[in-house]
Design a protein around this ligand. Structure first.
Ligand SMILES: Cc1cc2nc3c(=O)[nH]c(=O)nc-3n(C[C@H](O)[C@H](O)[C@H](O)COP(=O)(O)O)c2cc1C
Length: 344
């Protein structure tokens, strides 16, 4: 059994954590994941330079609901003053954790020496982290990758040195910067790092099911497991994983009505949070997950993504749901123009 301990307040058994994801782990989705059992949730990364300049849009990303606790707010950057100041700004909102991103692989971030670029300059990473840790009272955690590329894996050295400057936990996305999201995550490094440090180590990368969560704990001795892509439009994965860890049994998967109900509730929250236009447009990334493996999901998705109001989407989805429940395959075929016969 693993216990995740961060700071004085966080102590969670077999913790399953929602990964920070840009434009995905915003308040509405975090609240939904929390409701389905995510033990800790993280905000998307927020630019320290933008926070430093008090950019309204970035400040808004810090906002969270009390129900989300414990929550980590993630910042990224490469420069001392903006990083220290943005950590203080984040602290003034009183989340539970301040997380630093040293794992982002995208060009625009790396070219400014932030994110995964720090894996090429561990001295700088350690120094910047020390400054942030010293500037705030909240626990500071770090999320990073194994190294810049497979030939330069530095995670063991970096983990030890980050522990020395006072971070409270380390999340390892078990890929390199060069891998981006390709190739298989190599969890074996988590087991190695666990031998070296005594701070909690959170495993991340390619955890796609409740069984993967259990295997990650068993194979590596990690202190928590973090799920990213597999949770998009599938908050149910947290309930499944927690239930499996506690009972050894996989619970019944949600039926179509439960999936569509949660999807619509999530959409409504998104609209309340962002306004109808943005709320609808920026929700498009979630439909594939909510409709995954349902008959003719792609046809349904292509209808809802062009819909211009919540009411229209509700009507399409509820109609689809009713037809599935009634087993009315031929009607669904007509309405959603199915070419192939489908069994379900
Ligand atoms: C759409 C998307 C956005 C992401 N944004 C962030 C981010 O803001 N901060 C971060 O640390 N990682 C970010 N990541 C990386 C994830 O947190 C995670 O490390 C990665 O997806 C691997 O985990 P997974 O295999 O469970 O998806 C992002 C990943 C995706 C797919």
């Amino acid at each position: 059994m693993a216990i995740l301990k961060i700071g004085d307040k966080i102590q969670i058994k077999d913790a399953v954590v929602l990964a920070p994801m840009e434009d995905v782990t915003e308040k509405p989705f975090r609240m939904i994941c929390k409701e389905f059992g995510a033990d800790v949730v993280y905000s998307e990364f927020i630019s320290s330079e933008a926070l430093y300049r008090r950019v309204e849009k970035s400040l808004r990303k810090i906002d969270f609901d009390e129900s989300e606790r414990p929550i980590g707010i993630q910042i990224f950057g490469a420069n001392d003053e903006p990083m220290v100041e943005s950590a203080r700004i984040v602290e003034s909102f009183n989340p539970d954790i301040i997380d630093i991103n040293y794992g982002c692989w995208v060009k625009n971030v790396v070219k400014n020496n932030a994110g995964a670029a720090m894996l090429k300059q561990p001295d700088r990473m350690v120094e910047l982290t020390r400054l942030v840790v010293q500037s705030v009272k909240l626990p500071v955690t770090v999320k990073t990758r194994l190294g810049w590329d497979r030939k330069s894996i530095v995670i063991c050295d970096v983990a030890r040195r980050l522990e020395d400057v006072g971070i409270s936990a380390l999340t390892i996305h078990c890929r390199t910067r060069e891998d981006a999201h390709k190739g298989e995550a190599d969890w074996s490094w988590v087991a190695k790092v666990k031998q070296i440090v005594s701070i909690p180590v959170i495993l991340n990368g390619d955890v796609k099911s409740a069984q993967d969560v259990k295997r990650a704990f068993d194979e590596t001795g990690c202190d928590a497991v973090m799920i990213g892509r597999a949770a998009i439009g599938n908050p149910f994965i947290f309930h499944e994983a927690k239930h499996f860890l506690q009972t050894g049994k996989i619970p019944e998967p949600p039926n179509v009505r439960q999936r569509i109900d949660v999807c619509l509730r999530h959409l409504k929250m998104n609209i309340e949070y962002k306004g109808e236009r943005l709320g609808l447009v920026e929700f498009r990334k979630f439909y594939s997950g909510y409709l995954k493996n349902l008959p003719n999901a792609s046809k349904v998705r292509s209808k809802v993504v062009v819909s211009e109001s919540y009411n229209e989407i509700e009507e399409i989805l509820m109609n689809y749901c009713k037809q599935l429940e009634e087993g009315a395959v031929s009607e669904i075929k007509q309405e959603f123009e199915i070419e192939e016969p489908t069994t379900f």
